[in-house]
Design a protein around this ligand. Structure first.
Ligand SMILES: Cc1ncc(COP(=O)(O)OP(=O)(O)O)c(N)n1
Ligand code: TZP
Ligand code: MG
Length: 356
């Protein structure tokens, strides 16, 4: 077989290899186009768009007429094959993840069969595959930041027996952001719960962060971590989590806010706005600190502490457009309706503020 690949396929095996190369060049280029279009139209990320376009064009170079000539779509038994997982996508992140996998698999196939056809092609596809791996974490990081900016309601969970039922109901109500907070359960159970919650959030296209614990966040590949003033320094957490994950920071006053932003926090908590039994050890920072944040915060910020449907208007009037809650959803009769109420009210207010 080696060396028996003239420009026109001569044996049945040659034709089959040509068809595999043709199909996978199509697969890889189509997947790259899906990723490129989200970077262009969804994330408005020019660099990422340019990178993906360049990779797509590099692949096109190898898609020669003799490979295309081997195509036999009517004779392709695979066109009828499908799998339930291929028929639906749970979220944008799901679309991105699936298409990264598609491109990586196709490049692997091109590398292996390319060794029979043109070794230079195999080498080129290997290099492209490694470029895609690093592009994936970069794009994932931008997608997380995009989702964070779009989120207006942040559920911070409380340890209760119906934790999963409440969180799933809230996700069904459109909750975009969840933080697993559990100060006293043993680590084995916390790890297990964090993994289940992360999978649940990603099934609904929501971000999942872990409170306090960078190790748990890494162990379950969470989207990030939320740090308080007594937790790991943000710089250390950033070293461990990297730039593609989200790090949030609690703040109760302007000094803590400025320190958190200078340290590179992707978002901050602003509160407790009102005294709350959920965090009885912390005095209320009051609406004045919300007003200060509205004026000075240069990163996304979530008002937190004693916030519910009854006092949401006051918090909005003080300038908040994002809130984090525990009891208002965890103890709601209907967590889905509660999430929907917060998210629609705050999203509407944000749009009104932008157009004002
Ligand atoms: C969004 C948000 N803001 C503040 C907190 C409080 O964090 P927590 O770990 O409960 O308390 P401190 O570490 O800040 O004392 C939060 N969880 N989420
Ligand atoms: C975790 C946290 N950080 C500041 S206040 C608070 C608790 C908020 O709980 P609730 O929304 O039930 O008042
Ligand atoms: Mg903490």
């Amino acid at each position: 077989m080696p060396g028996t690949f003239p420009h026109l396929a001569t044996t049945t095996a040659d034709v089959a290899v040509y068809r595999i190369l043709d199909a996978n060049l199509d697969r890889a280029r189509e997947g790259l186009r899906v990723l490129e279009d989200w970077c262009r139209f969804g994330l408005n990320q020019e660099d990422l768009t340019e990178n993906l376009k360049h990779l797509r064009q590099s692949l096109a170079h190898w898609h020669t007429p003799d490979l295309r000539a081997a195509r036999d779509t009517p004779g392709d038994r695979g066109t009828q094959l499908s799998h339930p997982d291929e028929e639906q996508r749970h979220s944008l992140s799901d679309v991105l993840q699936v298409n990264f996998c598609r491109v990586q698999e196709a490049l692997r196939v091109l590398e292996e069969y390319g060794k029979l056809y043109q070794p230079a092609m195999a080498t080129a596809c290997k290099h492209l595959r490694y470029q895609i791996y690093s592009l994936e974490s970069d794009l994932l990081g931008h997608q997380r930041q995009h989702q964070l900016r779009q989120a207006h309601t942040y559920l911070v969970t409380a340890p209760q027996d119906n934790l999963l039922t409440v969180v799933e109901a809230a996700l069904q109500g459109g909750l975009p952001l969840v933080q697993y907070r559990d100060k006293h359960t043993d680590d084995g159970l916390r790890l297990q719960r964090a993994q289940v919650l992360k999978d649940l959030c990603h099934r609904y296209g929501a971000l999942f962060l872990v409170n306090d614990r960078v190790d748990l966040a890494l162990a379950v590949d969470a989207d990030g971590v939320h740090l308080g003033q007594q937790d790991l320094p943000l710089a250390t957490a950033r070293q461990l989590l990297g730039s593609h994950r989200i790090i949030g920071c609690s703040t109760t006053n302007p000094e803590e806010m400025q320190r958190a932003i200078q340290a590179g926090a992707d978002y901050i908590g602003v509160g407790p706005v009102f005294a709350t039994p959920t965090k009885p050890d912390k005095a209320a920072a009051g609406l004045d600190y919300v007003r200060y944040a509205a004026e000075h915060a240069t990163v996304p910020w979530f008002a937190i502490g004693g916030i519910d449907a009854d006092n949401l208007d006051q918090v909005i009037q003080a300038g908040a457009r994002r809130v984090a809650v525990v009891r208002a959803i965890m103890q709601a009769e209907a967590p889905a309706l509660s999430s929907q109420f917060f998210e629609t009210t705050l999203t509407r207010q944000s749009l009104l503020s932008v157009s004002a």
